[in-house]
Design a protein around this ligand. Sequence first.
Ligand code: WT7
Length: 657
Amino acid sequence: MTNEQSSPAPEIENLMAEGRAFPPPPAFVAQANAKADLYLEADDDYEAFWARLARERLTWRTPFKRTLEWDAPFAKWFTGGTLNVTENCVDRHVAAGLGDKVAYHWVGEPGDTRTITYADLLREVQQAANALLELGVRTGDRVAIYMPMIPELPIAMLACARIGAAHTVVFGGFSAEALAGRIEDAQAKLIITADGGWRRGKPVDLKTAADEAAAQSPTVEHILVVRRLGDALPASMTPGRDVWWHDIVTRQVADCPPVPVDSEHLLYILYTSGTTAKPKGIVHTSAGYLLGTSVTHEMVFDIKPDDVYWCAADIGWVTGHSYIVYGPLANATTGVLYEGAPDTPGWDRWWQIVEDYKVTVLYMAPTAIRAFMKQGEALPAARDLSSLRLLGSVGEPINPEAWLWYHLNIGRERCPIVDTWWQTETGQILISPLPGVTETKPGSATFPLPGISADVVDSNGDSVPLGQGGYLVLKRPWPAMLRGIYGDPDRYRATYWGRFPGMYFAGDGAKRDTDGYFWLLGRVDDVMNVAGHRISTIEVESALVDHPAVAEAAVVGKEDPVTGQAIFAFCTVRADVETSDELAHELREHVAKVIGPIARPRYLLFTPDLPKTRSGKIMRRLLRDVAEGRALGDTTTLADQGVVETIRAGAGRADEE
Ligand code: WT7
């Protein structure tokens, strides 16, 4: 992927030209948690490696009997064991005298703040868990959570885990329909939401969408609502169904014993986009997930007791589940939780937060780095970022220019950068440098972590020689791996294990260089990566054809200097429909209504026809060439060669938002 928009700054250009590698700074090596011998230990016997960590790091109610039962592709880790995830994330830290330690420094977008200690968390999680019980939620039930980034969000997740109920968190940028689809699939009994949240200085309504979703969802018995906006956006409450958090939670006793659950008990479902119109409910279970996230959090981010760690993702995505909530809390980490956008009130908001809270470890997405690059060096330079000691990147390939900008302007050439590759499905980071051990190369996620077996294979599933590209696969199970797709074991097997028998196919292209470094090359399927958000082309297409004016639609990801990819929709309208800018606007609104604002196409082009093969398959590859203004690839399989030329001639007229 190339994201160079203009030519890079001279300093960055020199570093890129050198093709430099960055050895870990000696001062960092001296104190690093991770040591190179972890690779040897794990290679020697990966099950024994994870078993040792599981015994040392987790607090068990019943010790596990077997480390791994691998009935491929179905894994069970730490069988026979029982534990409670919240006991591991909260109670044991308070019992160890860390009650006054800060769990989260919360920063609201308008500038309000809250400090939540581990003792506060223990009290509030127990109260919230008791409220769930009062609302009829029981062990094994599912709860949908649709909330802004406020402290009650992790508290709600932990309250579920405390009583052995599973959560399914739905990102606030998804629509009522998307929420309803997930509730239906998970058969959720309760929705936990808020009246709304703050985004770019404006109140964003969530309750209305929750109401609309509940109206379509017969399983939903109650809606539990946090008051975040209050008078800024009064919410309507349905008597008997809706309850305010401050009414029901606050009056509960702060005593709700954690329910010990089996290692493989369902912890959560998180929906993610794949290559079909229906999102997949990715299943994560308790012990293996907690181990995988907490071990990697400590190893990859070199977490020490005094760190102030900030993962600037939204909890609505897996990054937040694993590296804002479960991993960091299991490690008794102090974290920052920020509600708002990076540009509000100004583009130096994040650097101000780093300065104010003396953040030591910062984890964010390349799309944010590129957005900051556009604003120039002066903003971070004006802030004291000297507390930072380690930087992370996640969500998409990081182009070397962005890597070097991050290194120079944020890390001030002092901080190792960990480019972490993983997925909703993998639950935990799988490919990443170990800071203090690995020499990094800008743009490479470097090597699989200890215990992880990754490879790059050709279309027959054979390992390709170093220096060549192919498909990224994983060859051994790992503790936080998905246990399946909720309610659909066949789809799980076919999607992930069907392409290359015996191997997990990630959906990404990758290359290993002659030193064996892994370079991620982006998705090889119909999944787009827009500002680090995973969006399916097919899902956007079906939302478009769901509109009465549209006969046919094809969607591709167009390379974009800031967001990685931007959504480009080609639409053919029905014979009696006139195209217009108003219609383009209406179609975007329709996509926002069906999926959510995050899926609005940036570019929309009305076309008389779409390029198809003789068997009627839309050739998205050619449309991508058109969208990106490239020469057309092979067109010999097209049924009608003229169509794509016509589209190309009109491509400049695409409506851009
Ligand atoms: C897809 C997974 C993992 C949390 C956020 C995204 C891409 C993720 C990297 C990286 C290159 C990356 C892949 C992957 N991706 N991290 N460091 N380098 N690509 O989770 O929404 O499940 O998306 O994100 O394409 O398959 P997700």
